[in-house]
Design a protein around this ligand. Sequence first.
Ligand SMILES: Nc1ncnc2c1ncn2[C@@H]1O[C@H](COP(=O)(O)OP(=O)(O)OP(=O)(O)O)[C@@H](O)[C@H]1O
Ligand SMILES: [Mg+2]
Length: 310
Amino acid sequence: MKIVSVINYKGGVGKTTVTANLAAELAYRGNKILILDMDAQASLTFSLMTPDYWDTMVKEKHTIKSWFDCISQSEKVMPLAELVLRPEKVNNYLSRTDGCIDLISSHLGLINVDLELATLLGGANLKQSKINYLKVHGKLKGELEKIAKSNDYDFVLIDCPPNFNIVTKNAIIASDQILIPAKPDYLSTLGIDYLQRSVKDLINEYNEYANMDDDCDIVNPEFLGVIFTMIQIRNQEPIRAQKQFISQTKRNKFDVPVFNEYFRENKTIFADAPQQGIPVVLNGYSNGTHSDIVAEISSFVDEFLERSEG
Ligand SMILES: Nc1ncnc2c1ncn2[C@@H]1O[C@H](COP(=O)(O)OP(=O)(O)OP(=O)(O)O)[C@@H](O)[C@H]1O
Ligand SMILES: [Mg+2]
């Protein structure tokens, strides 16, 4: 079992699209997948279930917000298993396979959770500060490991919000591996370096506290790599300007490798999928371009599995 965070604090770079398609292709190949939507925008939640269903059946008691609320109100947290939903449409599609996609849904109110959690930090002395820090940042880790084991998941994929708040930090601490979707342009390339440093700083800070606590293991999530998204294709390859940033990222020798495969840009095909409730990689091929996109995603997943399990 692997817990993988999909993260980049730049907005709109394709995190949710990559998470949905990675989950779908892994499930199609027979894996049991749990998706945790940690973004208050709830894009991934609404890509798998309708807002009406969420509003009536999920919103009140079955989102990750309820779970974080327990922490901020210093109540005992419910087992994550109580929050797991199985989105109908995509799982009907997957019924011919051994795989499935479960979801822990997000909540639009998750945006306020961060402020409430932040009030728990600090303390009268170092010991108390340490306990509070570990409680606020490390709780998700143990609980996700429990549910992954009891429900026999092969992968837990966490779709992170475009920020580096406490909720995102919980995801990083809980992760075995980190996947970074990015666009190949100037600011995004700078952002990858910055993100990597922030993640390392967080891990060092967390481990410093965890080292002082016998009940707490140190963490060491590994960077799986950068998956470039929204690639514009001309003559079967990325346009020159993008190619330049891809090569630069490969050359830059951050500790983060770059996936050979990429997600090409296609506004029609990618924009339609969330409303259909079925990720692009599982949708019927409507034309040659769609088939090319499916082949590219499938080859990205080959690479993902090699790196993740390698
Ligand atoms: N390969 C692609 N080609 C064209 N459009 C895409 C592609 N991938 C994603 N999009 C579109 O770009 C927008 C942002 O994508 P997505 O929601 O996956 O990004 P995100 O990084 O999760 O955003 P946020 O930071 O807001 O969570 C969406 O409208 C999506 O449909
Ligand atoms: Mg998103």
